[in-house]
Design a binder for this molecule. Sequence first.
Ligand code: SF4
Length: 347
Amino acid sequence: MTLASQLLTWYYENARDLPWRQNNDAYKVWVSEIMLQQTRVEAVKNYYTRWMERFPTLDTLARSSEQEVLTYWQGLGYYSRARNLLLGVREVCARYDGKVPDNAAEILRLPGVGEYTAGAIASIAYNRPVPAVDGNVLRIFSRLFCIEDDITKQGTKRKIHGLIQNCMPKEQPGNFNQALMDLGSAICIPGHPRCSLCPLTKYCEAYAREVQDVLPVRPPRKQPLHVTLASGIVKNGESLLVRQRPSTGLLAKMWEFPSIELEKNSAPSAMLPALIKADLAQEIVLGQKLFHCIHTFSHRKWDITFFDCRWLDGGALPPFARWLPISEITSLPWAGPHLKAAAALFK
Ligand code: SF4
């Protein structure tokens, strides 16, 4: 038995029952793979189901507004994924008559689609023998072939890609890729793999040499940059002052309460009212702390405190800000920690 047939036999008996595996429609595979980037399977399940109720076809999504799409993505983070997905399906409508191309090279040219996603769509939806190599698969193959080079290096990735290509069966390449995903999530996990449950022990060099716990090799992770922010909850009657973030950069175009990054050891008491006055033409008095949270992105950590702000007076708001009725609080795509604050303070 080859490594591939051993893995497929295991997969047919142990495949996870996931909502996006009900059929191999290319649009559905695409959505699920984009949602699963940087996000756990359990967290994606409900988002995926809700998404497919609202955007059941590629065409429905392509005709939807970016704001609505972002609202349905809210909570998954990394919002550029949703924006690119929307651009991608619109491009498929414009250039491919609404049908996702059936080969990895063309899929790869769509916005937001990297090699992993192109391989996953091409293999699962169209049975093309293309590897879908993510961190899980790199880990599995670095152990199977006992690769002691840094797996974050392009050269190592290329080497592993070649090894996977050699192992990949012509029949059922999509199932082979999905089997690797399942093996990486349940058995060949980071740290201490569950080798006693693994169908591939007899092929695994790391297991034979008892070095599986120290593979793969990767450089130490950098700590995310710690950023302290103060944010104002400005209430005017039954409305809240909110603003939209710039159209590029972190959390682009998402909505938030007016906020400011604080210098080390500086107090928000002068800076936050001054910011709200300068940017939004509103006079406020800073009140007590209402809510605090820490929100970690890949490269930075926001330590953000929300303050009650008493509104005194103000002129017309700039185009990127508005008074949001509290009853409409769920209608906006919120920047992550601001959603936490809005949910905690105005359930
Ligand atoms: S034997 Fe252990 S280290 Fe090797 S592939 Fe299986 S789970 Fe991973």
